[in-house]
Write a protein that binds this ligand. Structure first.
Ligand code: 0O2
Length: 195
């Protein structure tokens, strides 16, 4: 199924929402560039959720497989991911979004302070973009955590993994090591700032 077949006329609205969020992040990067010695945002990416992935999510949540449910009950038809250098930058970026009058934050899922059992660490802001009234999700995490999440996401799609429990434990161990490295890097950053 194509994006237009699934999202219909609303697809244009989703694209507009995606655009308005990416423009916002570009502006945020410009503002940080003039204020900070190291750019807090390393990069960002965005996407409109594919119809297959949306249908799968609606079914997982026990929702009707309709455009209305996709746009009204699921937050991440439009998804933006912001990747930061340090853990402190994750907090600064979240604060910037929280103080932005153009967006309404509906829910904050803090897997940074409360990681998922598999080790996933990220902050998800479920928002409404005032300009379009559409829902969207912003994920914010460090570059180190993004490295883990990207690889773990790819492994999820591997069918029939042998030694699954072992791999799950290893992934969790890696996530914890990465979190500990992130803390050390933040400490180094703070020491260097004071020199
Ligand atoms: P796509 O479209 O490929 O990005 P849920 O587990 O979905 O019930 P959650 O995770 O709070 O609850 O839902 P939310 O906030 O909608 O976020 C879903 C997205 O977060 C996922 O998108 C991933 O991008 C990311 N994510 C959540 N949990 C994990 C995880 O354990 N590992 C990794 N690597 N990413 C995760 P999708 O649905 O995969 O689709």
């Amino acid at each position: 199924m194509t994006y237009t077949e699934f999202y219909g006329n609303e697809y244009e609205l989703l694209k507009q929402t995606q655009h308005s969020l990416t423009v916002k992040i570009e502006r945020m990067m410009d503002a940080f560039r003039s204020e900070e010695d190291i750019q807090p945002i390393v990069y960002y990416c965005s996407r409109i959720k594919s119809p297959d992935s949306m249908i799968d999510k609606l079914q997982r949540y026990g929702l009707p497989v309709t455009r209305e449910a996709a746009l009204g009950s699921i937050y991440d038809a439009v998804g933006v991911r912001v990747i930061c250098s340090f853990t402190g930058d994750v907090i600064s970026v979240i604060e910037t979004f929280e103080n932005d009058p153009d967006i309404e934050i509906i829910k904050k899922k803090d897997y940074f302070s409360n990681p998922k059992p598999n080790g996933y660490r990220s902050v998800h802001l479920c928002i409404r973009v005032c300009e379009t009234a559409a829902l969207a999700e912003i994920q914010i995490r460090t570059i180190a955590m993004d490295f883990w999440a990207t690889l773990e996401h790819q492994l999820k799609y591997k069918k029939s993994i042998s030694h699954e429990a072992l791999i799950r434990n290893e992934l969790k161990r890696c996530a914890d090591e990465i979190a500990s490295t992130d803390i050390s890097m933040q400490t180094i950053r703070e020491i260097l700032k004071d020199i």
